[in-house]
Design a protein around this ligand. Structure first.
Ligand code: ZN
Length: 172
């Protein structure tokens, strides 16, 4: 679970960690990664060590879920799309397509994605989310991205609403 822990520089000496995502999202990741372990969300929250601090909502408005991380790696690999995902999601499909047309399609694109993969764990095969390298031709890359974009925009809208709700809770 190295993704979710982040050393806060000022607290390095005391060995304090800060979470980089919400407990709900971390719990979801945990369930994906360790699908053979059955644990309730309450039990998962209770298991948080005292030196691991909760996320500071005021500092982070970026969702760090698997979908966001994957889209971010794709945008960066494309070399033509904005690396800032809120910039990407505010672009129209036509604009994104136009950008993708500028990609050099004489050679395949190589990038990394978090994906479910079956791995051997002791005597059984379990599904784990692993960082894997993808190599594909530009047409496939562009088509997949255009297909994922509407769904991704909807996801970003949902995340934004969640953060707004949390902010309101903090104020009241
Ligand atoms: Zn997300």
């Amino acid at each position: 679970m190295q993704l979710i822990l982040e050393y806060t520089a000022a607290e390095r000496g005391r060995g304090t960690f800060s979470l980089t995502d919400t407990m709900q999202n971390i719990y979801r990741k945990f369930c994906l990664e360790f699908s053979d372990i059955k644990m309730s969300f309450t039990a998962f929250c209770r298991g948080r060590p005292s030196n691991v601090r909760l996320i500071q909502y005021t500092q982070r408005h970026v969702c760090l879920c698997q979908r966001h991380t994957n889209m971010s790696m794709k945008a960066t690999a494309s070399n033509v799309l904005p690396k800032c995902l809120s910039e990407l999601t505010s672009m129209s499909d036509e604009d994104v397509k136009e950008k993708l047309n500028d990609m050099d399609n004489t050679r395949p694109i190589k990038y990394q994605q978090w994906m479910k993969k079956e791995v051997q764990y002791k005597t059984t095969l379990i599904k784990k989310v692993k960082l894997q390298e993808v190599v594909e031709d530009i047409d496939t890359f562009s088509q997949t991205l255009m297909r994922q974009l509407p769904e991704f925009r909807a996801h970003c809208g949902r995340v934004f609403t969640q953060y707004e709700e949390i902010r309101h809770l903090g104020v009241s």
